[in-house]
Design a protein around this ligand. Structure first.
Ligand SMILES: Cc1cc2nc3c(=O)[nH]c(=O)nc-3n(C[C@H](O)[C@H](O)[C@H](O)COP(=O)(O)O)c2cc1C
Length: 259
């Protein structure tokens, strides 16, 4: 089974999706497609490198032009299913309104045109409050000025930590690769994975409902459900292939009777 996995710029459900794909890779070949924001956010959570290492077949929006040539793979029958997880409210809104101006929205559109089933796991599934985890942050109230030497800054190989005028540390999120080297015992200011509550907006949930009505798209609430649905698609495909084989066999039999 050949699966295309699209990653958008969402921190919510990113780790859970990575674990689900780790399991899926035991029975499927996986190629990964990253939106520009997806690449950045996966880096912030320290997952970009791990995903690249685990799934070397890779397509980056940041390295494609405006026409997204890799989306042609979906018309050429190269994939059995496309899974977008996690899917930002931005990407969901674009799909709901027929816009394809990013790598991810374009592969969704090409997959639908090529009759490839599309599975979408949105970050904003249900209105109300949801818990989500933050990437690496600096809690400036714990910044002790460290006699003008910031140990977190010193240890960062990527120059992602800098001090502003008041000697407080800050993270440059476009440089941070989430390696975690700055989580040192003597510094209480850096932390990772802090939970916060976010409000899921009604308008984003409305867009999720819209895409769930598009023929060819299945919307799931959690990445763990991807495994279940892929098993179902694989069984249906096997059944279809078996029926096709049987009908070819049947046709051949009729031909031989005619002769
Ligand atoms: C650390 C971080 C986490 C984010 N998490 C989410 C998220 O969970 N859901 C979401 O809709 N947007 C999230 N965003 C905002 C998106 O990255 C932003 O809207 C981006 O333009 C989406 O582009 P894309 O849909 O092409 O990937 C996050 C941004 C950052 C910096």
């Amino acid at each position: 089974m050949k699966i295309a996995w699209g990653v958008t710029g969402a921190g919510h459900l990113l780790l859970e999706t990575f674990s689900a794909f780790d399991k899926i890779s035991k029975f499927a070949d996986i190629s990964v497609f990253f939106s520009k924001a997806g690449e950045e956010v996966a880096n912030m959570y320290g997952l970009f490198g791990s995903i690249h290492k685990r799934f070397p077949s890779f397509y980056l929006e940041s390295q494609e032009g405006s026409s997204f040539p890799s989306s042609g793979l979906f018309s050429m029958g190269k994939f059995d299913t496309l899974v977008i997880s996690p899917t930002t409210s931005n990407t969901v809104a674009k799909i709901a309104h027929g816009i394809s101006d990013t790598l991810i929205t374009t592969i969704v559109s090409q997959a639908l045109k090529g009759n490839v089933p599309v599975i979408i796991v949105p970050t904003d599934f249900r209105a109300g409050t949801a818990k989500t985890k933050l990437p690496f942050i600096v809690k400036n109230s714990y910044c002790l000025d460290c006699q003008n030497v910031c140990i977190a800054l010193d240890v960062c190989k990527y120059d992602a930590i800098w001090l502003n005028g008041d000697k407080k540390a800050h993270i440059d999120y476009l440089k941070c690769v989430g390696c975690g080297d700055c989580l040192i015992q003597d510094c209480a200011a850096i932390s990772f994975g802090d939970e916060i509550n976010i409000t899921i907006l009604e308008k984003d949930v409305e867009n999720v409902k819209k895409i769930a009505e598009i023929l060819g798209i299945t919307v799931l609430e959690h990445p763990l459900q991807i495994l279940e649905i892929l098993n179902k698609i694989s069984l249906e495909k096997k059944k279809k292939l078996k029926n096709e084989d049987l009908s070819t066999e049947f046709k051949a039999k009729i031909e031989s009777v005619k002769l």
